[in-house]
Write a protein that binds this ligand. Structure first.
Ligand SMILES: [Mn+2]
Length: 347
């Protein structure tokens, strides 16, 4: 039995849950190795089952060590549960359709909250290796895109170049829709690339990442085109300073709230309320995972949490800057996985 399943069984026994149904696609992969498959897992003491359809049964038998594989057409969830058992379901992600099927068959059904997700918060060595590979491809793409960007290319063209570069260089896929926001649109933290052409004096916010073996990377850099005004240079310097200060504060045992506050207090002094989102989020099989670096996270951070540090300043109708690194929380600091330069680059 793999150590992830073992840890889950320990948690289940503490909560007095006999059997869990895992329906979340990423948790399916995390606990059984079943990548991009459809179906569900049944996990209990002496009970490790992958239920899937005939497109995947042979694959699942090869990949999911220690699991029995059942054909979804021939079984129903109730077949795996004996009378009186307490069963858990993933209430935070299950579809209403799947929930209806489960609850129609199983009496003692309880919501698991974040039990199955929370085990993914701390990454193991193998997971960190995949994330490092993804971060490396992301860095290579930054180097490439700096040679591509010039006056007259569009945001959409820039985004397409980044995406195809990453796929040609070993990424399985992009981790989320690439952001390339130029001109006044740089003030939109999650801008969608348009046909707008890059102009002299623009800032361009580039926020993108890729996946390797299902694990995501995430990085943001802001570059200037042609020339940069004193105002823009100053904003850039402040965001970089806030980012370096918060990277310095990040380590095991401090809270997400604390690290967020380091950047927020500094930026608020210079640009009141212009840092409009939280400082960072964990990254793993999902691009946004818990825990976060945010005013709402008062829990001490654990070693080997993979988390972003991404302060920004957004001035509506004017411009915006964000600088984001992907990091691993360590005992006495953090390891920065994003290696792309952070001094202001003028292309
Ligand atoms: Mn991010």
């Amino acid at each position: 039995m793999n150590y992830r399943v073992k840890k889950l069984l320990d948690k289940m026994s503490l909560e007095k849950i006999d059997t869990v149904f895992i329906t979340d696609e990423k948790n399916l992969y995390y606990y059984s190795g079943f990548y991009k498959g459809e179906g569900y897992l049944v996990i209990g003491k002496d009970k490790l089952i992958v239920v899937t359809d005939t497109r995947y049964t042979e694959y699942a038998s090869m990949i999911c060590k220690g699991f029995e594989v059942k054909n979804i057409a021939l079984v129903s969830p109730a077949d795996f549960v004996s009378n009186g058992e307490v069963c858990g379901f993933e209430d935070q992600s299950i579809s209403y359709k799947k929930y209806s099927e489960l609850s129609g068959q199983i009496k003692n059904l309880v919501p698991l909250g974040n039990m199955t997700d929370s085990l993914r918060e701390v990454k193991d060595e193998g997971e960190i290796e995949f994330i490092k590979k993804a971060a490396h491809i992301t860095d290579m793409a930054f180097n490439y895109i700096c040679s591509y960007i010039q006056e007259g290319v569009t945001e959409k063209q820039i985004a397409a170049e980044i995406d195809s570069f990453m796929k040609k260089n070993g990424a399985d896929d992009i981790a989320f829709s690439t952001i390339a926001a130029s001109g006044t649109r740089a003030s939109l933290p999650h801008a969608i690339p348009t046909d707008e052409k890059v102009k002299k004096g623009d800032f361009i916010v580039l926020d993108y990442g890729c996946t390797v073996n299902g694990y995501c990377s995430d990085m943001t850099r802001t570059v200037a085109v042609g020339e940069v005004s004193d105002e823009k240079r100053e904003i850039y310097g402040r965001v970089l300073e806030a980012q370096l200060m918060s990277l310095n504060a990040l380590k095991e045992g401090v809270s997400g709230e604390y690290v967020d506050k380091v950047a927020r207090d500094y930026l608020d002094k210079h640009y009141k309320n212009a840092f409009a989102h939280s400082l960072g989020h964990s990254v793993g099989l999902y691009i946004h995972e818990a825990p976060n670096l945010s005013p709402r996270n008062k829990t001490p951070l654990k070693e080997n949490t993979v988390i972003t540090v991404e302060p920004g300043v957004y001035l509506e109708g004017n411009t915006g800057v964000r600088i984001e690194d992907l990091t691993v929380v360590k005992k006495n600091g953090c390891e920065i996985l994003s290696k792309s330069p952070k001094e202001l680059i003028i292309l």
